[in-house]
Design a protein around this ligand. Structure first.
Ligand SMILES: Nc1ncnc2c1ncn2[C@@H]1O[C@H](COP(=O)(O)OP(=O)(O)OP(=O)(O)O)[C@@H](O)[C@H]1O
Ligand SMILES: [Mg+2]
Length: 158
C-alpha cells in the first residue's frame, strides 16, 4: 500500500482530491504515508487520534498534502467548515479517509480508492500450516470527472 501510494503521488497535483475507503485497518493511512513520501512532504503521516486534518508542507516546490481523517465526524462538510478544505484544495493535494458522504461536494473531480482486505487463512506452501492471508489487499481506483478521464491509473498496478 505504501509503494502504491508512492507511485500514485507521481500522478497527483494541486487541486486533487483523493478519497480512501476500506474498513478499519485496511491500509488507508499506510497508503497516505506513501503518498506523503512520494510527494516529498514534511512530517510523517500518522493516524490522528484527535487531529482531524493535518497539513504536511512540501519540502520542495510541490503542493502540500492535507491528510483528513473524517472517522469521528458525523456530519458532512458543514461540520468540517473550520478546516476550510475548499480554500486549501486549489493549492493542495487533499486525501480523506472515511470521507464518503462528507466531502464529495468539494469537487466533481475525485479519485476514489477502495481498499478491500481479504481476511482469512489459506494453506501454507507446504500444506502443513495455515498462513494468514490478511496481508493481501485488493485496491480499486475510480477516477471521477474530467481530471481523471485520461489519467493512466492502470500503470499503478501490476
Ligand atoms: N498490504 C498491506 N497494506 C496495508 N497495510 C497493511 C498491509 N499488510 C499489513 N498492513 C498493516 O495493517 C495496518 C493498516 O493500518 P492503517 O492505519 O493503514 O489502516 P487504515 O485503513 O488507515 O485504518 P483506520 O480506518 O483505522 O484509519 C498497518 O498496521 C499495516 O502495517
Ligand atoms: Mg487510518
Amino acid at each position: 500500500m505504501r509503494e502504491l501510494g508512492r507511485r500514485l503521488a507521481k500522478l497527483l497535483r494541486a487541486g486533487d482530491l483523493v478519497m480512501l475507503s476500506g474498513e478499519l485497518g485496511a491500509g488507508k493511512t499506510t497508503m497516505t504515508r506513501g503518498l506523503g513520501e512520494g510527494l516529498g512532504v514534511r512530517g510523517a503521516v500518522t493516524s490522528p487520534t484527535f487531529v482531524i486534518a493535518r497539513v504536511h508542507p512540501s519540502l520542495g516546490d510541490g503542493p502540500p498534502l492535507v491528510h483528513v481523517d473524517a472517522y469521528r465526524l458525523a456530519g458532512g462538510l458543514d461540520e468540517m467548515e473550520d478546516l476550510d478544505l475548499d480554500v486549501s484544495l486549489p493549492e493542495s493535494v487533499i486525501v480523506v479517509e472515511w470521507g464518503e458522504g462528507k466531502v464529495e461536494e468539494l469537487t466533481e473531480d475525485r479519485l476514489q480508492i477502495a481498499i478491500h482486505r481479504a481476511v482469512g487463512t489459506a494453506p501454507a506452501g507446504d500444506g502443513t500450516e495455515p498462513a494468514e492471508t490478511d496481508e493481501v489487499r485488493h485496491v480499486v481506483l475510480t477516477g471521477l470527472g474530467e481530471r481523471w478521464a485520461d489519467a493512466p491509473l492502470e500503470t499503478l498496478t501490476g
